[in-house]
Design a protein around this ligand. Structure first.
Ligand SMILES: *Cc1c(COP(=O)(O)O)cnc(C)c1O
Length: 408
């Protein structure tokens, strides 16, 4: 198969001027990948900076609650900065240092990838510029605050709809003029080759650990593995530990938003989502787009899942039937989040709670000797504004009003 393609999906549709940069990146990545000491350096960095290996927690109370399959939870929430995004950015950071570059750029929608990238840049001593739609800058002040305090320059993008895709265009424009000393840190398993493959490689640390941990704790392979899917990086991370095990069912859970039939969702793989094949943002995948190729507006309660495209690797695995897809609605996500908090004392991120929804639907229908793993991609306590709003908590509102008055 052609390099960077997964079935009919993937590729590297990049402007001519960036070709040499991509060639150099491919070379650096291939060399690192073939060098066992690079991976060891990465594993050591993550162990000493980001709490790896993250635990696999047996959720005894949830298991009892549903009375079916044993439920295990992979704790990516315990990473530094609170999610699996740390794996990718720190891996790319090591590669940037190897390439001798001194500056990183990234685009971010909700700001989580921006915070992760700014953290990595601070640690490695790189200059850092984050592009963010003006609209998102206004909506995501806490993340912008942290990026700036971590030393990054946040550039509000005023083009177009002033959101993620405009920020992405701006980041590419920067890269074209700065590629000599700058690396563009893509945040998920999307974009032109080698990004999907490279990001999946860094995230495979989740699956390598989970496989070892489930064998140690359960004595054999799990029956099913659940992960939420935005771009697809946490899902690909854990799935890679089990891809070659035909007995392990892999389940990707997308953002069903207000319901697939309302059109207000961010699901590309479930029936009726309306996604179609297209080439955009440097690669070929299923996009939520109009027949003319205009990207559609997506909706999800979880900012991290609110994306028009999906990893070309997952488009392929879905098409082949190796990964089964489902969608969880905003309402179901809030219910699953409540249950996880009250029964296990865990606070999943809104994104991660999508995986919990589908696992909670299926666990009771499975037998007690079966086991499932839910990938808890991140923690929700940093999402307090969104979560408190979703719970419509009156005391929280009063608190916000009072704090606002103090600044008058
Ligand atoms: C960003 C994010 C996601 C979505 O990204 P993927 O690439 O699909 O993993 C999921 N969960 C959390 C907690 C995130 O921050």
């Amino acid at each position: 198969m052609k390099k960077g393609y997964y079935g009919q999906w993937g590729g590297a549709f990049v402007p001519e001027v960036l070709q040499a940069t991509f060639d150099a990146l491919n070379k650096a990545y291939e060399t690192a990948r073939a060098d066992a000491s690079f991976w060891q350096e990465y594993v050591d960095l993550m162990a000493n900076y980001s709490c790896r290996p993250t635990p696999l927690t047996y959720a005894e109370n949830l298991t009892r609650h549903f009375g079916g399959a044993k439920i295990y939870i992979k704790r990516e929430d315990l990473n530094h900065t609170g999610a699996h995004k740390a794996n990718n950015v720190m891996g790319q950071g090591l590669l940037v240092r190897r390439m001798g570059k001194k500056r990183v750029i990234a685009e971010t929608g909700a700001g989580q990838h921006g915070v992760a990238t700014a953290t990595m840049a601070a640690r490695f001593g790189f200059a850092c510029t984050i592009y963010m739609g003006e609209e998102d800058v206004a909506r995501q002040r806490p993340n912008v605050f942290w990026m700036e305090k971590l030393g990054a320059t946040v550039v509000p993008v005023t083009d177009g709809s002033r959101t993620l895709k405009d920020a992405m265009n701006e980041a590419f424009r920067d890269w074209v003029t700065s590629m000599e000393d700058t690396h563009y840190v893509i945040g998920t398993v999307c974009g032109p080759h080698p990004f999907p493959e490279m990001v999946a490689w860094f995230q495979s640390i989740i699956g390598i650990e989970a496989r070892r941990q489930i064998l140690a704790q359960h004595g054999r392979m799990p029956d099913r593995v659940y992960a939420c899917v935005g771009g697809g990086s946490n899902a690909m991370g854990i799935f890679q530990g089990f891809l070659e095990e035909p007995g392990v069912e892999l389940v990707g859970v997308e953002a069903g938003g207000l319901g697939i039939d309302t059109g207000k969702h961010a699901s590309r793989m479930v029936e009726g989502s309306g996604a179609s094949a297209g080439v955009a943002q440097g690669y070929k995948t299923l996009f939520l787009q109009s027949p003319e190729g205009q990207m559609r507006d997506t909706h999800s309660i979880a900012a991290g899942l609110d994306y028009v495209g999906i990893s070309p690797i997952l488009s392929d695995l879905g098409e082949k039937g190796r990964v089964r897809f489902a969608a969880a609605t905003d309402r179901e996500v809030i219910e699953a989040l409540s249950l996880a908090m009250r029964t296990e004392g865990l606070i999943p991120a809104m994104e991660s709670a999508h995986a919990f929804v589908q696992a909670f639907k299926e666990a009771p229908t499975m037998s007690k000797d079966q086991a499932i793993i839910i990938n808890m991609s991140g923690r929700g306590d940093k999402d307090i504004f969104t979560i408190a709003h979703a719970f419509d908590d009156p005391s929280w509102k009063a608190f916000i009003v009072k704090r606002a008055e103090e600044y008058r």
